[in-house]
Design a protein around this ligand. Sequence first.
Ligand SMILES: [Zn+2]
Length: 174
Amino acid sequence: MEPKFCPQCGHAVQAREAPDGRIRPTCPECGYIVYLNPPIAVGVIAERADGKIVLVLRGENPGRGLWGLPAGFMEIDETVQQAALRECLEETGLVVELGDLWGVWSYYHEAKRTAGVLVLYTARVVKGEPRAGSDSLEARFFALDEIPFAELAFNTHREALTRWKVTRAGEAGR
Ligand SMILES: [Zn+2]
């Protein structure tokens, strides 16, 4: 999303070459250069004592009507850990305790034509019953062999859950 106006003085910005050689929205009036950086989404693979993990049925696009891990964008005053806990509570009603970092993914949002970053943690459910949140239609627990891989909203979640399933199944087979 390219800004049209200077956030500093409100004048219309123009595409100009910045000192680093990259074309960036630049204010011809006050010289302000707009640096655009990818948004960071944070989420969890939250596991219950019985080994089931929670997924949410998305109520909003992208991916409306498809399943996803509880995840969302960081607020400007949060740590990644705080964002992970908040998003999980908002979307599933579950209080979790974070475990290890599960992975970091880059993705490309076609409609917005922007790159983004997804950070996922493992987590353990400590309290609550799953319920739909503000932008989710349903929150439900899935066993390893119930994960709806064909109905996931995002490739990043599919990759994360594929590795999760392989890892957990391997541990169970030992
Ligand atoms: Zn300006």
